[in-house]
Write a protein that binds this ligand. Structure first.
Ligand code: FAD
Length: 392
């Protein structure tokens, strides 16, 4: 068999792409290593920028999100025992939507497979790409029934995330840039309601702490820790004591505690692959660029790539217009690098105070003062945090 598009990976990037292609009556096949139940429950991101929500809405993909997601209007830094609120909606006119990634994935799978009639195979193994720079590109894989299959594809979308296989077929001249932050974050999910109506960033000499509401019952927290630390070093009591201390601020109640249902150490690093295309292969989302959760950007970039790739593929497959595909990598990378730069800036703010380096602590303090005291600086921060940048 031969298909116009094979999509490797059923995350936000692959499923958004598949949905948009199906709406344009383009046949595609999505290949996913996990089960449907697994991807519908895998908790990860939760913050979606307003332009991305609008992009989903325009493509008929935001129904449940708009009905259920919480809209946020501000974030709050906590520093030297004081709260500093940044009212980003007032500053930019834009919101963040808080919607757990697994709910978005659930909506997108349902719409793709059950409503738009898209083909998807779960529990595939050993996906391999063949001849991406030839006239006969193809994908082979072992299906759930154990049989090896070979599918011809005019185009392959590599949407298989940071640990995927598709980017490994890029030639040697493709460039991977990597940035290691040199810090670890203990990523936690607590079965506890949020302790504030917004995201909290605790900048503390003991290390960064973050509070990110997810749902009425579950809140994500982050605690800076040494890279490679063992989550077992962080029993429940120690976690809550550190969170309470690093996020404490006058006039604010203590955090509402609850059982921890996820506890993982992330060694913060980013990477960017350039170009994001090779022959008939186009990468999208984490497969091309991993962004540590510092500025909550990863899922947003995955959606941005998916919108651009879908429009470009549709223009080519229906009208023979190649301009979108030719400019795809450059167009994605403008936003990718913009978000990388912001993540790096924000990482310095989060981690400078606890770096042990008095020079970095001094410049962090200067940045924070400017952010808290200058409406212009707060406005520039809000624009980048909301992703409303000229790069888009
Ligand atoms: P993925 O969601 O990783 O999807 C890739 C899919 O491909 C997966 O389903 C995987 O099972 C499948 N796959 C992998 N290998 C293969 C293969 N060989 N063959 C077939 N299928 C394969 N981002 C934000 O925007 N905001 C946040 O607040 C945020 N918080 C985060 C917190 C944590 C703890 C983590 C880990 C990430 C966070 N992110 C956040 C990042 C966000 O989750 C990712 O950027 C997002 O999932 C990227 O979507 P994707 O579709 O590119 O990749």
């Amino acid at each position: 068999p031969r298909l116009p598009v094979v999509i490797v990976g059923a995350g936000p990037a692959g499923l958004t792409l598949g949905n948009i292609l199906r709406a344009a009556s383009i046949d595609c096949l999505v290949l996913e290593t996990e089960t449907r139940a697994f991807i519908e429950q895998r908790p990860r991101a939760g913050v979606i920028e307003e332009w991305a929500v609008r992009g989903l809405e325009e493509r008929g993909l935001a129904g449940p999100l708009l009905a259920r997601a919480e809209r946020h209007s501000a974030c709050e830094f906590r520093f030297a025992g004081r709260p500093h609120r940044i009212p980003y909606h007032e500053l930019t006119g834009r919101h963040h939507w808080v919607y757990p990634q697994q709910l978005l994935v659930t909506d997108l799978v349902r719409e793709y497979a059950d409503v738009r009639g898209g083909a998807i195979e779960f529990e595939v193994r050993d996906v391999r790409l063949h001849g991406m720079d030839s006239g006969k590109p193809a994908v082979s894989y072992t299906a759930g029934d154990g049989r090896r299959r070979l599918v011809g594809a005019d185009f392959v979308a590599g949407c298989d995330g940071a640990r995927g296989v598709t980017r490994t077929v890029l030639p040697d001249w493709a460039k991977t840039s990597r940035h290691d932050y040199g810090v670890g974050w203990l990523a936690l999910l607590a079965e506890a309601p949020a302790s504030a109506d917004c995201v909290l960033f605790g900048v503390h000499p003991r290390g960064f702490a973050g509070h990110m509401p997810r749902s009425p019952e579950v809140t994500r927290y982050y605690l800076q820790c040494p890279p490679g630390d063992d989550p077992e070093n962080w029993p429940q009591d120690r976690v809550w004591a550190e969170l309470q201390e690093r996020l404490a601020a006058t006039g604010r109640p203590p955090l509402t505690e609850g059982p921890l249902i996820e506890k993982r150490v992330l060694d913060l690093h980013n990477h960017v692959v350039e170009p994001m295309a090779f022959g008939r292969l186009f990468l999208a989302g984490d497969a091309a660029h991993l962004t540590a959760p510092i500025a909550a950007k990863g899922m947003n970039l995955a959606l941005h790539d998916a919108f651009l790739l879908a429009d470009a593929l549709i223009a080519y497959l229906t009208e023979g217009d190649i301009t979108g595909l030719s400019g795809y990598s450059d167009a994605c990378l403008r936003r990718v690098w913009d978000y990388q730069e912001f993540s790096q800036w924000l990482s310095d703010v989060y981690h400078g105070a606890s770096s042990g380096d008095p020079y970095r602590a001094g410049t962090t303090l200067a940045r924070l003062r400017r952010l808290f005291d200058s409406p212009t600086a707060a406005g520039a921060f809000a624009e980048q945090y909301l992703g409303e940048t000229p790069a888009g």
